[in-house]
Design a binder for this molecule. Sequence first.
Ligand code: SRM
Ligand code: SF4
Length: 586
Amino acid sequence: MTSIEHSLVEQIKAGSGFLRGTIVRELDDEKPSFSKENVVVLKFHGITEEDNRDVRADLAPGANPDVIFMVRAAIPGGVLTTEQYLALDRLADQAGNGTLRLTTRQAVQFHHARKTDLATLIRTLNQRLVTTLGASGDAVRNVMSCPAPLPDRARVGLATFAEQIADHFRPRTRAYYDIWMNGERAVTAAAADEEPLYGRTYLPRKFKIGLAFPEDNCIDVYSQDVGIIADVRSGSLEGFTLLVGGGLGRTHGRPDTFPRLADPLCFVAPEDLLEVLEGIVGIQKDFGDRLDRKQARLKYLIDHWGVDIFKDALEQRLGRRLAAPQPLSWTDADDHLGVHRQDAGRWFVGVPIEGGRIADRGDVLLRTGLRAVAERFRPGFRLTPGQNLLLTDLTDRERVDVVSTLEDHGVLPAGRIPPVILHSMACPALPTCPLAVTESERVLPEVTRALQTELDALGIGEESIRVRMTGCPNGCARPQSAEIAFVGRRKGRYDVHVGGSALGTRLNVLLAENVAREDLVHLLSPILTAYRDDRFDGETFGDFCLRSGVGDAESADRDERFPIPTPDPIDLDEYRPSPIHGATLP
Ligand code: SRM
Ligand code: SF4
């Protein structure tokens, strides 16, 4: 196959000289943006070129867009020291928009950076041993791992495995260090002008790996390209069950794209984990689709081949048979919010960060409050898969003081936030995301508050229902596994999905298409009423939807049993929280 047949991105990667491109030259020119070739290469450096979509509509015809950059720092397992957190916090002012965005993969994003900010940002991060290399692009992305330092988990050391996997699969190119740090290396030990693992075209597409503890699916393990579940017996790690082929993105108008949950593949000993992962990544590198990027994720390869053929191919590569996966069971998918005992004498506090946005807004000084906590108590920081934050290593006294310091800054503790709001997730969407068709992070607080009001009116306000929203079907807040999902369809309108499991083990199904934002809660109202009246003891909303047939799009009488009401738009302004976090509920 010639490179002409490959997608344009493949050609750019091949010609980039291991991610060097002509970035240095363009950094020094007068333009606010980069060439399209360098935009592709910069992704691997953790940089996404965007434009401020809030001002796009006001621009005169032919005027240049207001170019801004998103910079993503990969934080394996979401683990940060106090010093690292404080450095990120300072950078939010120096080279961002005064906010930090915690991502759904336990990473951190800076938004609204300018081209002239990039070098400072990346150099300062690396000085603090935080890298942006491989945080985006066609490589192994930030490696996720359950962040909770619970007493029974510390010994297993999943976060250490996350770090080892991240080190192993981080691109080796020297270009990153030459461009941003004048050749000095910070995070990785070795840098070279070659890529022993990836080769010059890297992977066909992004590749995601996450580690989970048994029974607790807080990382959404089935949504990963490779999900890794620890097998822990009597407190010691026996090995890992590996899942392959998860991925949630879908493209409107491309029926050959779909979300898919990962399938069990094999069981490996801890010492074999890296070798087996390298085999899986290698197969995707060699056989993943490099012609059509919409078909290039591992999930499509697994879907075409089937797991058995994939396993045979992997065994051939490794030269040995692989053990069968262990049976899995899940009892929780907890984001570890609130106060928990860490080990003898120490505690951690899970702080809810609505929409993952650490900002000072109105009376809620979340960013200032967290800075005050960092400076005064010097806790460990752990970012969670639900866009929240754990403050760790606190003494008995400190855990109380941390909570009250945050409250002094207007930040409510987890226990005082209704569950629907507490567990909700939203992707950034407008104004930064180039792919957004509508709002997400900025409007979800209104929708969840309206939903909470409806649940309160029905007398089931204490129910925990997992709600997620995205500004397009790419699935960045993992809506496809939520119990209720609002997926952007076009401006102000969403497809509504229901029936995912609270444990992240089942995809939801489409309930209604193209629903106006003001109608979302009305649409759900009859189903919520039926849930109140007809659910079994302890039955979750997602499971109820499945059992009752709401989640059965094929069912002939579904619309009769759960009539979709004529829209009677509600005034969402009524539910608009003045500050984004911890607002008083109506
Ligand atoms: Fe994502 C693209 C934000 C997690 C599926 N995602 C994007 C971009 C970079 C837009 C772009 O390509 O130009 C968004 C940046 C907007 C901005 O201004 O910040 C973006 N994705 C995010 C984050 C920040 C959402 C969040 O609320 O935190 C998450 C960053 C994760 C990280 O730290 O690495 C994020 N994205 C996800 C997830 C969830 C996950 O990984 O657990 C998914 C679904 C899982 C999956 O990959 O299948 C996801 N993002 C996508 C896709 C669809 C990929 C696909 O193959 O189907 C795109 C579009 C693409 O790659 O072409 C995308
Ligand atoms: Fe952008 Fe769509 Fe991802 Fe939201 S889901 S951040 S709109 S790509």
